[in-house]
Structures are given as structure tokens and as C-alpha cells.
Ligand binder design. Structure first.
Ligand code: 5RP
Length: 358
């Protein structure tokens, strides 16, 4: 596979555990101001640091995502129909590859509607998008969209996922269903699941766990995170399943604990930033030239050449080739392919298809 594609993919499906936690906030492209995503900036900001990547549209990316925050973007590039229109499957590619490059996308995403009136149009769109995106080393995520009237069963979803992979999609996003192993096994590229409509939190955690156990590489979850009464505890609990091998009960306990902590500290969690917290000219805490706490050349805590704690060649704690604690190929604790404790497909403690723990 092309270096650029592999590099970008590794920012979406993380290389240490082959898992992905993508936060989906692209719903407005056909649903308009969806509940709890009315002001995308407000919804996204507190969750950004807990997801691996963000699935969004160019409009939301430009207006509502901090361009200086290093979050990999999976850019939805299809659209054209709305929830009140005649046919949701009537989609085209609306955002160009040039735009995806300008927006520094790590992948582009579009929907295919297998079995719909516009099946051919959307599948051909996918093939063309793969042709174009691959020229620039950009992976393509195909979403197997399901019309209201279609059954979300393993037979149908296997068909749709396989068709997406055959067209060259590098990742396929679909819905969880009974016998999900069959869907995963017959799709030669990684599968991630959408969360779907809002469920009670514990059910959404179970959905996540069951999908991973059946072989999914992760989630691209939206409503079950940001429509929760407690979006940050929820994304942290989902994250614990995806990246820390928590089972449903462990993740649920974590969720409850975080919610209780939030209740006991309402001020801190819910507080709207006061003026004095804002990095503006009148804020004494702003990192300015006159601020003693500013990381300047005269500040002993600044990571400079004279600072003993700086990670430099003479610092024993520096992650160097001679440092035993460095995550290197020879370090037994390193999360590598050869590390038995690594949460891999062969790790018995990982919620995988073969793990009977839960
Ligand atoms: C819509 C999408 C959404 O991103 C997808 O449905 C994921 O969000 P949710 O978890 O809310 O279902 O691709 O076509």
C-alpha cells in the first residue's frame, strides 16, 4: 500500500492496538441542526481530546474545529439530499480532493446506498473517489448507509461492506447486527461501527464491546456520545473499551464514577470560561512578555539547553537508545507485535471474537 495511505490510516486506526475511536459529527450534512449538535463547536470542543479522529464536513471543520489542535480529520465529501427530501440515497461527491488536501484530511468519507434506487450512482461515486484519493495518498472510508426500509442484518450488511471493499474503500463503516462476525470476516478491510440512534448508555457500551469482540476495528460514534447527558464520561467509557480492553461492566462503572465526580464538582466541569481564563490582552495569566510564568529564556522551567530537566542528550531520563525505559524494540513492555501483553487479536484478554471472558 502507498506510504501516504498507510501513514494517514495509522492516524485513524492506531498502530499500537489496531483500534480506532472516531467521533462522528457529520450528521448536519443531511439532518441539519441535529439535537445536541446545534452548535457544533460547543459539542465538539470538550470531546476532542478523547477521540483519535473526527469525522466531519468541511463546513463544520472550518467553522467549529480549532485548526491548531492536532486532530486527524476524516472528511465527509458526499451529500446532496436531506431528511425531508425525496430520496436520501441521491448523493454525489460534493467536496473535492483539492479541498480535502487543503483541509489536511487524513481520509475522505462517503456513503453508498446498496439496494436503493441510487445504488449504482453511489457505488460508482465510491470507485471514482478511490481513484482520485489514491493519487494523493488519501484513504477512503465508505459508509454503508441503510434506508429505513432495509433490514440491518448480517446478510445485507455483509453484501454492502463487501461491495465497498471491492471498490477499493480502505475502511468500511457499518452498523452492528447479530452474527456480526460474518460481516467482518467477509470484508477484507477494517470495519468500524456507527453507533446509530441514541441508546441507554449501558446498551451503547455493550454495542461497542460486542462489535469489537466480533472483530470490528473500532467505532465511529456520534449520537450515543454527544446526545448523552454526560458526553465526556461517555466518550471516556467508550474509549476504555476500545483502547483499554474494558468489558461492559468495567466501562459502565467507569461511566458512573465519572458522572458522580462531575456532579460533585459542578463548578469545574460546567463552568463557562470566565474572562480572566481567556488568553486575551487583559488577562494577567496570558503568556505575554511581562508574565513571569511565561516560558521565556530566563524562566528556569523552560525546556531549554540549560534546563536539567530538558530531554537532551545528557539527561538520563531522556527516551534514548540507552534508556531502559524507552519504548524500544528491545523493551519487553513495549506495545509491539511481539509483546504478549499487547491488546492484539491474539491477546486473550482483549474483547475479541475468541475471548470468552464476558
Ligand atoms: C451518517 C454518518 C454518521 O457519521 C454515522 O451515522 C455515525 O454517527 P452515529 O453514531 O450517530 O450513528 O455517517 O451517514
Amino acid at each position: 500500500m502507498d506510504w501516504g495511505i498507510r501513514n494517514r490510516l495509522s492516524r485513524i486506526i492506531l498502530r499500537n492496538d489496531n483500534r480506532a475511536l472516531m467521533l462522528a459529527v457529520d450528521h448536519g450534512y443531511f439532518l441539519g441542526p441535529t439535537e445536541k449538535l446545534e452548535v457544533p463547536k460547543k459539542t465538539i470542543a470538550p470531546l476532542l481530546k478523547y477521540c483519535d479522529s473526527l469525522m466531519t464536513t468541511r463546513g463544520v471543520q472550518r467553522t467549529s474545529v480549532d485548526p491548531t489542535y492536532p486532530i486527524p480529520i476524516v472528511l465527509r465529501v458526499s451529500g446532496g439530499s436531506s431528511i425531508i427530501g425525496e430520496d436520501l440515497s441521491n448523493e454525489e461527491i460534493t467536496t473535492s480532493i483539492k479541498e480535502a488536501i487543503r483541509l489536511n484530511a487524513c481520509a475522505v468519507a462517503m456513503s453508498i446506498f446498496v439496494g436503493s434506487k441510487n445504488e449504482k450512482q453511489t457505488v460508482v461515486n465510491l470507485g471514482k473517489l478511490v481513484n482520485e484519493a489514491e493519487e494523493y495518498g488519501i484513504p477512503v472510508l465508505a459508509v454503508t448507509a441503510v434506508g429505513k426500509e432495509m433490514a440491518r442484518d448480517a446478510r445485507y450488511l455483509s453484501l454492502a461492506c463487501r461491495i465497498a471493499a471491492e471498490q477499493g474503500a480502505h475502511i468500511v463503516k457499518t452498523y452492528y447486527c447479530d452474527d456480526f462476525e460474518k460481516v467482518v470476516q467477509s470484508c477484507p478491510v477494517p470495519i468500524i461501527i456507527a453507533g446509530g440512534k441514541k441508546l441507554p448508555e449501558k446498551d451503547a457500551l455493550k454495542l461497542t464491546y460486542d462489535a469489537l469482540k466480533a472483530g470490528a476495528s473500532g467505532v465511529d460514534m456520534g449520537r450515543n456520545i454527544w446526545q448523552s447527558e454526560n458526553p465526556v464520561p461517555m466518550i471516556k467509557a467508550v474509549r476504555a473499551i476500545v483502547h483499554q480492553n474494558y468489558n461492559v461492566d468495567e466501562a459502565w462503572k467507569l461511566y458512573i464514577k465519572l458522572c458522580n465526580e462531575k456532579k460533585s464538582k459542578p463548578q469545574k466541569q460546567n463552568q463557562v470560561k470566565s474572562k480572566s481564563d481567556r488568553p486575551n490582552a487583559n488577562n494577567k495569566n496570558r503568556p505575554s512578555a511581562n508574565n513571569k510564568n511565561r516560558p521565556s529564556a530566563n524562566n528556569k522551567n523552560r525546556p531549554n539547553a540549560n534546563n536539567k530537566n530538558r530531554p537532551n542528550a545528557n539527561n538520563k531520563n531522556r527516551p534514548s537508545a540507552n534508556n531502559k525505559n524507552r519504548p524500544s524494540a528491545n523493551n519487553k513492555n513495549r506495545p509491539s507485535a511481539n509483546n504478549k501483553n499487547r491488546p492484539s487479536a491474539n491477546n486473550k484478554n482483549r474483547p475479541s471474537a475468541n475471548n470468552k471472558k464476558n
